[in-house]
Design a protein around this ligand. Sequence first.
Ligand code: SF4
Length: 103
Amino acid sequence: MPHVVTEKCIGELYAACIQVCPTEAIHAGKYKGQDFMVIDPETCIDCGVCLPECPIGAIVPGDDSPEWGKINAELAPQLKNAPKPKPRPTNDPPRNAKNKLVK
Ligand code: SF4
């Protein structure tokens, strides 16, 4: 089961995860008009390296969020050739007040 990006990522786009993924499975784009990232289940090898990189804990194992797994899978084909975003510093405060830095 691939890892998935969840709703915490909406509007954040730290993109630290993109730097470490060994299979380039993580892509950036928009979800309902806001910045978002997805993990492509076709290329994710479930290594878990990306999970601790997200400063707000937006990435979870797929088993923990089937709902977002479906959204990641649906968006991945259209985002897989999108340009890579410039990462934000991981100590940059979250834009969404509901999110908290976890690392
Ligand atoms: S679990 Fe591994 S392969 Fe899958 S997106 Fe994260 S870093 Fe990439």
